[in-house]
Design a protein around this ligand. Structure first.
Ligand code: URA
Length: 209
């Protein structure tokens, strides 16, 4: 882990399966609050760290904050966020039951994809978040998160529908909520992916919508 530049982030006893993941996340957030490791830090309104249960069984990972998220400092609060909230509720959960974050913590201008250098600068933070939370399952929302976490160029349509492994944790790639807003017919595929996640988590089956 240290070889990819994690040494600037605090470790402390509360990391990983330690006694207080909430404190470890708070320490991490504090440590990077003034981050300028890439140019995205220069134009942000807020660094969008992540929200939810520090001990969540399920972590959703998106791409990067958009305008609404940058203004509020919280991931997935715009239209795509409303879609994600609907998905979470359809699973029988609330946003507070899961953890939601992004590969990049600051908004890229014009909502472009983060550049490789920006991902390289920011991804150690995501890795540390996942290490602290140590979830049962990860859901990568969209091709950007899936390709970054799985280090592949494979298309999301080829990746979704089955579990992959990220540091020993089952990872389900699925379509991004923004894609669902433009392509509602893909909702049934996402629901299949969510049902597989629910099965691993031992959640009761639902019919979706
Ligand atoms: N899209 C993302 O990938 N992340 C957000 O937080 C919002 C929109």
């Amino acid at each position: 882990m240290e070889s990819i530049g994690l040494d600037y982030l605090p470790r402390g006893e509360a990391v990983g399966s330690g006694p207080d993941p909430g404190r470890a996340l708070d320490d991490l957030k504090e440590a990077i609050s003034d981050c300028h490791r890439c140019p995205l830090g220069d134009n942000r309104t807020n660094l969008v760290f992540g929200v939810g249960d520090p001990q969540a069984d399920l972590v959703f990972v998106g791409e990067a904050p958009g305008r609404d998220e940058d203004l509020k400092g919280e991931p997935f609060v715009g239209k795509a966020g409303q879609m994600l909230t609907r998905i979470i509720r359809a699973m029988g959960l609330e946003r507070n039951d899961v953890y939601i974050c992004n590969v990049n913590k600051c908004r890229p201008p014009g909502n472009r994809d983060p550049l490789p250098s920006e991902v390289q600068a920011c991804s150690p933070l995501l890795l540390r978040q996942l290490e602290i939370i140590s979830p049962t399952v990860i859901c990568a929302l969209g091709s950007f998160a899936a390709r970054t976490l799985l280090m592949t160029e494979t298309r999301i349509s080829q990746l979704r529908g089955r579990f992959h492994t990220f540091n020993g944790i089952p990872l389900m790639p699925t379509y991004h909520p923004s894609f669902l807003l433009r392509n509602p017919h893909a909702k049934k595929e996402v629901w299949k992916d969510m049902q597989m996640i629910m099965e691993i988590m031992g959640l009761p089956g639902k019919s979706g919508d």
